[in-house]
Design a protein around this ligand. Structure first.
Ligand code: ADP
Ligand code: ASP
Ligand code: MG
Length: 426
């Protein structure tokens, strides 16, 4: 048979019962003749709790030490899963990211994978063992332990799937697949059967938490099919793959999928808006502002510059809230040097995006989105688009209303409230 990589998120390994259920499912997969690589997240809210501990002892968190702390969460899970497997007679061996040769750059807390060696993984599989790997971590080119950013276990799983040429990378989580919106907020969300890498990439980039962005980039670049599904119901979930290849394989034209105009409505509440007021509208200003942010590894997302009046303009942009303090320090310094009138920031914002491959050939999506939001009395603060995405920034208080009205207006409602269990997030 083949090699299956299975990634279990925090809720899927939240307590001893869930860990035993994971072990049973791994045994079931093995009984069908597959080699299995398991990637685990930290149990439940462990990572959040570790961050909170760090906050309680200090306001200063050197990246190296934070990574040392956070990687312990996944180590607990990997050892416990191996023990649960041993208990039902499955030979399993746990590995840290470093032990399986996940080599990253040196940027602590959001390191990028440069290479996956995977020798020990292949040896374990060749010896007939299940390999259980701690997600979210690697070792840098400076031999330091690193983490891959929140949600990074998805990336570990896909990177390992690519390294061992797995047939599929299964992402087990607490919902039954990828939905047209987060079912926790939009109960009428519908489960998507298939999704193209490009659409999933836009959804993840727009902030859909169900898959980490880097994991989807990896999957697309290495053509690793993803199957996002629930470890609570074990039912079939959503396949994320190269839809053009999938359609080409269909025997009759009728089976080929049309690109839907809109696949999903996505929200992101983890960003803050920063505005620099009264800055000169002349060459070099944007570079002076954004270069130091890039050097500090701050991920700037949407950028809007107003038309200038009397040679003076305003520039607004969004950054992850986790980078806000760093960004403000830099921006305040640069704004002073540039003679800007001032800097403000707003954390109570949300980005709402519509994503769909069919947008390429269907004009008017953005206009309809703006009309729907206007009719719902939702003010739009910023706008950005790609070929298959339209995003707006609105006040955070409008998140639910914007998501639900857009979901209905674009005909995405499933007709019934999401019914699979939505486990409480520990
Ligand atoms: P895990 O701990 O398993 O990695 P995550 O919390 O990272 O789980 O991702 C699963 C969560 O993603 C779901 O509980 C759901 O609330 C959220 N989510 C956001 N957007 C979507 C979407 N479009 N489809 C499904 N789930 C979504
Ligand atoms: N435990 C890490 C987090 O909570 C990584 C992951 O779960 O993917 O972000
Ligand atoms: Mg996740």
């Amino acid at each position: 048979m083949g090699i299956v990589v299975q990634k279990y998120g925090g809720t899927s390994v939240a307590d001893p019962e869930r860990i035993k259920a994971v072990a049973e499912h791994v045994a079931f997969t093995r009984s069908h003749g597959n080699d299995v690589v398991v990637v685990v997240s930290a149990m439940g809210k462990t990572t959040d709790n570790l961050i909170s501990l760090a906050n309680q002892v200090s306001g200063t968190h050197p990246g190296r030490e934070l990574d040392m702390l956070l990687t312990t969460g996944e180590r607990i899970s990997m050892a416990l899963v191996c023990m649960a497997l041993a208990d039902i007679g499955i030979d399993a061996v746990s590995f840290t990211g470093s032990q399986v040769g996940i080599i990253t750059d040196t940027v602590h807390t959001k390191a990028k994978i440069l290479e996956v060696k995977g020798d020990r993984l292949r040896e374990a599989l060749a010896a007939g063992k299940v390999a259980v790997v701690a997600g979210f971590q690697g070792v840098s080119t400076d031999s330091e332990i690193t983490t891959l950013g929140r949600g990074g276990s998805d990336t570990t799983a896909v990177a390992l799937a690519a390294a061992v040429n797995a047939d599929v990378c299964e992402i087990y989580t607490d919902v039954t697949g990828v939905f047209s919106a987060d079912p926790r907020i939009v109960p009428q969300a519908r489960k998507l059967q298939h999704l193209d890498f490009e659409e999933m990439l836009e959804m993840a980039g727009a902030g859909s938490k169900v898959l980490a962005l880097r994991s989807v980039e990896f999957a697309r670049n290495h053509n690793v099919p993803l199957h996002v599904r629930s470890s609570f119901t074990w039912e079939h979930g959503t396949w994320v793959l190269d839809m053009s290849a999938f359609n080409a394989q269909q025997s009759s034209k009728e089976n080929a999928m049309e690109d839907p105009i809109i696949s999903g409505v996505v929200h992101e509440t983890g960003e803050a808006k920063v505005t620099v007021f009264g800055v000169a509208d002349k060459p070099g200003i944007s570079a002076a502002l954004f270069e130091p942010l890039a050097d500090a590894n701050v991920n700037v997302d949407m950028i809007v510059q107003n038309t200038s009046k009397d040679g003076i303009t305003d520039i607004s942009f969004t950054v992850p809230k986790s980078d806000l303090a760093t960004a403000l320090k830099i921006v305040n310094a640069v704004a002073g040097e540039l003679g800007a009138a001032g800097v403000t920031h707003d954390e109570a914002v949300a980005k709402i995006s519509l994503v769909g491959a069919g947008m390429k050939t269907s004009p008017g999506v953005a206009a309809k989105m703006f009309r729907v939001l206007a009719d719902a009395d939702v003010n739009i603060e910023m706008i950005s688009t790609s070929t298959i995405r339209v995003s707006v920034v609105v006040g955070a208080a409008n998140t639910e209303k914007a998501l639900r009205t857009l979901h209905t207006a674009f005909g995405l409602d499933s007709g019934q409230a999401y019914s699979a269990p939505l486990p409480e997030r520990k």
